[in-house]
Design a protein around this ligand. Structure first.
Ligand code: ADP
Ligand code: MG
Length: 287
């Protein structure tokens, strides 16, 4: 299961990871009111869809006045946003996040994920924040550092400092980074995450660290112990067939083809899809 950025930031705030103040809004007028409550501006209006690349697609906009916030929010709500992660059909924006804009000195990348190769939670970090990590991995893999976490010991201070140094952080920022990384790891474990990506984690002009974007993936099999996270599910973001299937505990994934598949066992289902593809067909689903 995935959640929106504003929900992700609420979780991070609870675990002591610094994020900008902001609020989710469903119409232009409330966006304007929330902007005023948040402070002096500038503000950033951000489309809330379950896909990245919003910045380049026109889903992240800076506003200098509260009436500008209102105008931008009004235009964004209801629009179909297309990014390289939404596919050509795009996604309709139903919610926007209005948050305080910050003075960015430097954008970094940090994520935690489950590395199936080592069977360990692994921290990935890079100085190339704000870019797609897939692109960094393909073109400049030397700019990505990884640190595998021993499940019994947890993420140690020494590992956090090592990551901070490799990101070029110095002085007080090292201590702040250790705190952020420690709290991110605590969040990851406490919420049974499969992925927690902060892109970008920024160094502000004032010398603070701030998570400007946040993406969570949760282990569906552990959701029964996180009712509050389960409640964050947004059915607007999901395929209606997949929602219907999930009510019956079926592993169903919609695909674009026209050959329906009903297969007993995930391995056989994958092999069946491979065979269909091999003979030039296109599966309509995985089931
Ligand atoms: P996406 O990854 O979907 O493009 P982000 O939340 O990462 O969306 O935003 C894209 C870029 O917009 C960031 O890399 C950052 O440069 C800028 N940005 C986002 N939020 C803020 C903010 N609160 N203040 C200043 N700049 C921001
Ligand atoms: Mg981002």
């Amino acid at each position: 299961m995935n959640i929106h950025e504003y929900q992700a930031k609420a979780i991070l705030r609870k675990f002591g990871v610094p994020v900008p103040d902001g609020h989710v809004c469903y119409n232009g007028a409330s966006a304007r009111e929330w902007a005023k409550r948040l402070g002096e501006g500038p503000w950033v209006v951000k489309a809330q869809i379950h896909a990245g690349g919003r910045g380049k697609g026109g889903g992240v906009k800076l506003a200098r006045t509260s009436s500008e916030v209102q105008m931008i929010a009004r235009d964004m709500l209801g629009m179909t946003l297309r990014t390289h992660q939404t596919g050509p059909e795009g996604k309709v924006v139903h919610r926007v996040l209005v948050e305080n804009g910050c003075n960015i000195a430097n954008e970094l990348y940090v994520s935690l994920l489950v590395d199936r190769g080592t069977s360990r939670v692994t921290v990935m970090a890079s100085t190339e924040g704000g870019m797609d990590i897939e692109e960094v991995a393909a073109n400049t893999p030397e700019k990505i550092v990884t640190e595998a976490v021993d499940p019994l010991v947890g993420l140690t201070q020494f590992q956090c400092r090592k990551i901070a140094f490799s990101l070029g952080l110095k002085g007080k920022l090292t201590g702040k980074a250790v705190k952020v990384l420690t709290n991110l790891y605590a969040t990851f474990i406490a919420c049974d995450c499969s992925l927690l990506e902060i892109n970008p984690l920024v160094v502000t002009a004032e010398g603070d660290l701030l998570a400007l974007d946040a993406k969570f993936g949760f282990d569906d099999n552990a959701l029964f112990r996180h009712l509050q996270i389960g409640d964050m599910r947004d059915f607007d973001e999901e395929d209606p067939n997949e929602i219907e299937a999930s009510h019956h505990d079926l592993s169903y994934i919609s695909l674009n083809g026209n050959i329906g598949c009903l297969v007993n066992g995930a391995g056989l289902a994958m092999a069946t899809m491979d065979i269909i593809k091999h003979y030039g067909g296109d599966p309509a689903n995985f089931l």
